[in-house]
Ligand binder design. Sequence first.
Ligand SMILES: [Zn+2]
Ligand SMILES: [Zn+2]
Length: 381
Amino acid sequence: MHIHVGRDVYGKPVKITGSNKLTLTNILIESSRNKGIDLIGVIDCHAPAVQQEIKQLIEQGSASELDDGGIRFEKVTLLLGSEIEIYDENCKGPIHVLCYFPKLSQIELFSEWLVNRMKNITLSSQRYYGTARELQYKVKELSGIFIPAHVFTPFKSLYGKGVIRSLNEVFDRDLIDGVELGLSSDTAMADQIRELHDFTFVTNSDAHSLAKIGREYQEIAMEEPSFKEFNLALHQVDNRRILRNFGMNPLLGKYHNTVCNKCLTSVSVEMNECPNCGSHKIIKGVFDRIGELKSSEKNELNRPPYLYQVPLEYLPSLGPKTFEKLLQRFGTEMNVIHKAPIEELIEVVPEKLAHSIIQMRQGKLKIKAGGGGKYGSVESP
Ligand SMILES: [Zn+2]
Ligand SMILES: [Zn+2]
C-alpha cells in the first residue's frame, strides 16, 4: 500500500472564518475527503484543547484509536504530534523539533511532563526549558518518534542557527528517527552534508491553512497507515520505506536565496551591505548555508526520487471557484496536480490554465526564487 503523509499545524492564530477554519476536525475532513492523504501529523496534540477534541470525536464514534498507534478518522489516520522549540546551553540559536506519539495516553503523559517546562502549553512551537537530550530521552521513554523540523530554515532550526557545524553539538544522533527537509531544500541539497546520509528524509511542512495541506508529502510503502508502520518506514524495516518524496521546488521556499532584510534584494553571501538600500542586515538563504556546511558530493546510498510539486493555489489565475470546480471533477488536488489529462482539464478550465497545470507537472514553469521570509512565485507564462 502506498501512503501519503502530510503534516499540519493546528491552533495557530489564523484568521479564517466559517468552515475553512483550521480546527482539528476540519483538517481531518479536508485530508480525508479532498487531499487524498492517508496519514497526517498534527503538531499541537500536546495542547489540552486538542486532546479534548480528539476524545470527543472518539466518543461520538467519528474516530477511533488504532492498536498500532494513531487515530483513524474516515480515510485518514492522525499522528499525535508536538512541535517544540529547544534552546539549551549547547544551542547557538533556537531549534524546532517534532515529537510523535502512538497513543493518546502517551501524549497526555508528555503534556504533563511539558507543563512545568513550558510557559504556555496551549500554543504550538513553544520554547521548552530543558536540554535537547532530556527531551529526546523523554520522547523515547514514551515510545515516541523524534524528528528535527525544517532543518535548514535560517531561524529556529538545527542548521539555520542552532549549531555551528554538526547535530552532535546538541542531539544524541542515535535517538533521531528522521530529518525534515523544509520547503527551501531538497534531497540533493541536504545530501551535501555527510552526517545526514544515514537518516530518512521527510518532506512535510506546516500548512497554516486548509488549502496548503499537502503542499509537501511522501509516498510510503507500508501495510496500513499507523504510527507503528510509519516508524518502521523511517527505519526501513521489512521493506517499509519512503518510495517518493513530493516537495515544493526549493526555489519556491521562503528562505532559498540570501537577501537584504530590509528591501529583500538578492545579495551574495560575502556581502555585508545591501547594494540597493545600504542595510547591513542580511538573511542568509538555505542555498548558501548548505554551501558553508558542505562535506560531501553525494550520498552513496540510494535516496527515493524527490519530485517537485507546486500546489494549485500558486498558479496565477487559479482562483477559489476554479479550484472548487477542479476538485468536483477530479476528486483530490493530488489528482489534478499529477494525473488529470489535458483533454479532461480543458473541459473544466480555460485552455491556458490547463496548459499551465501540465507545464507545472513537467517542471517547466518559470519560478522566481524566494528569500528573507517571502515565498518564491510562479511567473505568469
Ligand atoms: Zn517550526
Ligand atoms: Zn536592501
